[in-house]
Each structure stands twice: as C-alpha cells, then as structure tokens.
Design a protein around this ligand. Structure first.
Ligand SMILES: [Ca+2]
Ligand SMILES: [Ca+2]
Ligand SMILES: [Ca+2]
Length: 254
C-alpha cells in the first residue's frame, strides 16, 4: 500500500484521493509496469496509476541529451497545451529554452524568462497551474528577485503576464520545493529537493506531500515500490484527483 496519511496536526486532515500521478525523477529509476518494469529517465514523464500501482514512461519532449524536465503541467484543464520547464538551456522545436522558461512541446513560451525579468541563473524547478484562472504556480531553485519582491526556494509563487509574480504560499520549510501541483486554493502537492523534517512529519525527496498552510500529509511514497527510488528524487509532478474530473481524463491517462 503506497497511499499513506500521517499528521500530528490537531485538526484531522485526509489526503486528497488521487487517480493518477505523473512525475519525473532526477536519475534513472524503475517502477512496476503492467507485465514488466518501467525504466525511467530524467527526460521522461512517468504516469503512475494509484489503483493498479503500475507505471508507464514517455519522452514527451524527445530524448534530451543534457537536460532534465524539472517542471510540467498537463493539458486538460482548459488552460491550453501541456507545459514544461527544464534545468539547463536546451533547444526545443528550434527555440532555446532557459531554465526559467515555461513552454509547450511545440516550442511556444508561456512564460518567457527574459521578458518577465527573471535573472540568468534562476531556475523554475516546480510548475503547475491554477485552473480557475490559468495562472502559473511555480517555485524557483534559489532566492530570486521577481517583480520587485524577493522569493525563496521554498515559496510557492503565482505568475501571470498581467500582474507578474506574487506570493501564493510561504512554507518556511527551509528546503527547496522542487515539484508542485495545485489542487485547490488551500491544498497543494509538493516534493522536497532534499530530505528534511517538516513541522508535522519527516520528509524525503522521493515522497510527495499534500500541504496546506498548517499541515503536511504524505500523499505518495515510491520507495515501497522500487528500491531505485531510495536514491532518486522526484523533481516534477502533476496529479489527477478522483473522482471529480476523472471522466474527463480517463481516456488519456489509463
Ligand atoms: Ca526549470
Ligand atoms: Ca523551488
Ligand atoms: Ca523532490
């Protein structure tokens, strides 16, 4: 059983039920697949079914020689195509994508780091979307000055082209958040860059946590499925909750 809920918070909390979780590891890893094993690389997105505990892996941007996908968000929420971010500058469909660019597989920049005033050396290392307004939800890998405000690597940040960058949630985890998925205005899935003690629970970098402003819950722990995840770090994620929008996606992600 990989779904766990754990909290010492005075207010009982339950993790959001998930149908499918997509994620990327920072090194080669493996997971059980239907009839075998899914071998995964840092430029491929793993799709993991919570019900079957089987995984598949797809190189949606092709094989990237040097780059890792360190943020992505799926199409299907009414906000346009699937979007990605990388950890090193890489040509995608003929366009150079910086680590702070957010782009589609066709090479269209949704967030142009240069236009948005993001300094060289800043990497967007976590990427999601608020489906209510299509704002990007991001985190950076380092302290960064964005739209005139200083943000930290453990902050969750909102961005749109009109208002620029603003704080969504200050976690004070003291450890870089390297993956995020926006569930609602008060709940987010995150992963850590390195293991650390969170206020409620101990966290490891290959785990996914559901957090709010005052709680952290363990949502998914990959170590119980394959020992390769002892060394691997989840560094991008997207999730499909159930059952509210399950019917919309069930053909694409089963
Ligand atoms: Ca990036
Ligand atoms: Ca971060
Ligand atoms: Ca992680």
């Amino acid at each position: 059983m990989v779904l766990l809920g754990s909290t010492t918070n005075a207010i009982a909390q339950t993790p959001t039920a998930l149908n499918t979780v997509n994620f990327v590891g920072d090194i080669d890893s493996s997971l059980p697949a239907n009839g075998g094993t899914s071998f995964n690389s840092d430029d491929a997105i793993i799709s993991f079914s919570i019900a079957t505990e089987f995984a598949t892996s797809t190189n949606e941007l092709g094989v990237l020689a040097a780059a890792s996908i360190d943020g992505f968000h799926r199409t299907g929420d009414g906000c346009g195509d699937s979007i990605y971010s990388l950890d090193v500058t890489t040509l995608i469909a003929g366009t150079a994508m910086r680590p702070a660019d957010v782009f589609t597989a066709a090479g269209v920049k949704v967030l142009d780091a240069s236009t948005a005033g993001v300094a060289d050396g800043v990497n967007i290392d976590a990427l999601s979307r608020d489906p209510s307004n299509c704002d990007l939800i991001i985190s950076t890998n380092t302290t960064a000055l964005l739209s005139g405000s200083a943000f930290r690597p453990d902050d969750l940040i909102r961005w749109n082209s009109i208002n620029g960058f603003s704080l969504l949630q200050q976690t004070n985890f003291g450890t870089n958040i390297d993956a995020v998925h926006y569930l609602s205005a008060s709940r987010w899935l995150v992963s850590l860059d390195v293991g650390t003690q969170l206020p409620d629970i101990a966290g490891l970098d290959e785990q996914i946590f559901e957090i709010g402003s005052t709680f952290q819950l363990l949502a998914l722990d990959l170590r119980s499925l394959d020992s390769s995840w002892d060394a691997a770090d989840i560094n991008a994620l997207w999730a499909l909750p159930q059952p509210i929008i399950e019917s919309i996606f069930s053909d694409s992600f089963e």
